[in-house]
Design a protein around this ligand. Structure first.
Ligand SMILES: Cc1ncc(COP(=O)(O)O)c(C=O)c1O
Length: 389
């Protein structure tokens, strides 16, 4: 068989060894508390499930959906953006539902990336930005996200020669894995930068509804002129605990959305209609669940932050997301520390190197585990003796 060379460009999966070790330990009956997965433990709210059940019985919803999605879903997304961010969108041309935002994030590479194209990618970052770039034949240029700069890329330090050759800049706030937020002022600067260098901005924003202390994160599209240069990817996955339902959206610049629709319409057949109608229910229904979910997450975040401090692991308090990004102490690599936590106290975390070279000195904790498991996990972490190594 002759496999495509593009597969060789993808790096080996970093977590193979650690995942194998977790599986071995579990097979021996060892209980592992995992802080490694960013998937909400709380169920999808029942009014959304009820709507799915009703719509699943309607024969019209058993047929192929249209790739572009139901007009009702386009409208519900536009209404939601107006209510939440004060952003006006034309439901027909500035909104496109996606089969989860990951699908659109991957596919948009085929609209902008050619052999040799450069794409500006945050490091650390969600791996799909660079993987899709490479699969489409382009090269990621990594923008380091450093703690001393609040985990924002330093746009002024991107060389002019690189900016001139770049077609896309990826941003993601609130940020996975660092938990950092970005201000509207930062988005204004990013739009200015994109305009100056003729770069399209793709803002990946699935965590705007996962925030703490009542401080709501902004949308890129609130920045002046953002729709001229960019789109925002969003998702129902994290907001409504619907990761398994696969429904998201991209909104903003109509030319970019038309280009993505051209790619998608040749490759997929859209979101099952019953799921689309359940998504309408989520977007138009009560949003009180967002506050309820965030209160639970904030309590968990605070418990974890307290114990991290007690054991001498420093983490900047996250503004949003499910993640706490903790610095590894001197003398450890992130992989060493991940192994040690697993072997000594039976907790699983994610080594930061998996998100890029700038993540090498960090580990990521996800707080999407039930309260009693989180309590057990922090109790075990408090017993970890390594901080004094
Ligand atoms: C930063 C980021 N972007 C996008 C996604 C994909 O979300 P979905 O495809 O479920 O909408 C995730 C999921 O973990 C993520 O962390």
């Amino acid at each position: 068989m002759q496999f495509a060379k593009r597969l060789d460009r993808l790096p080996p999966y970093l977590f193979v060894d650690i995942n194998r070790r977790i599986a071995e330990m579990r097979a021996k009956g060892i209980d592992i508390v995992t802080f490694a997965i960013g998937d909400p433990d709380m169920p999808t709210p029942s009014h959304i499930i009820d709507r799915l059940c009703d719509e699943a019985r309607v024969p019209a919803n058993h047929r192929y959906p249209e790739t572009e999605g139901l007009p009702e879903l386009h409208e519900a997304i536009a209404e939601w953006y107006r209510d939440r961010f004060g952003v006006e969108l034309d439901p027909d041309t500035e909104v496109l539902p996606l089969i989860g935002s990951k699908e659109g994030i991957g596919h948009i590479a085929f609209c902008f990336v050619e052999s040799g194209s450069i794409v500006l990618v945050p490091d650390p970052g969600y791996p799909v930005y660079s993987m899709a770039t490479m699969m489409a034949g382009g090269e990621p240029y990594y923008m380091p996200l450093m703690e001393e700069y609040d985990f924002l890329p330093r746009l002024e330090s991107i060389p002019r020669s690189i900016a001139a050759k770049s077609s896309v800049m990826w941003l993601n706030y609130p940020n996975n894995p660092t938990g950092a937020g970005a201000s509207l002022e930062f988005f204004e600067r990013a739009v200015e930068f994109a305009r100056m260098h003729d770069i399209a901005i793709c803002h990946d924003a699935p965590y705007t509804e996962v925030y703490f202390d009542g401080r709501k994160p902004p949308s890129l599209l609130q920045a002046t002129g953002a729709k001229d240069v960019g789109v925002e990817f969003h998702s129902l996955s994290k907001t409504y605990h619907m990761t398994g339902w696969r429904v998201g959206m991209v909104v903003g610049n109509r030319e970019m959305i038309r280009a993505l629709f051209t790619v998608k319409s040749n490759l997929d057949s859209g979101i099952p209609q019953a799921i689309q109608l359940a998504a309408v229910q989520a977007l138009r229904g009560s949003q009180e669940i967002v506050t309820e979910h965030n209160q639970v997450l904030q309590r968990r975040r605070d418990k974890l932050m307290k114990v991290l401090q007690e054991v001498g692991l420093y983490a900047r308090e996250p503004d949003g997301t499910f993640y706490v990004w903790a610095r590894v102490p001197e003398g450890y690599s992130c992989v060493d520390l991940t192994r040690e936590l697993l072997e000594q106290v039976h907790i699983a975390v994610t080594p930061g190197i998996g998100y890029g070279a700038s993540g090498a000195d960090y580990i990521r904790f996800s707080i999407t585990l039930p309260d009693e498991r989180l309590d057990e996990g922090v109790k075990r972490l408090a017993r970890w003796a390594g901080g004094s190594r």
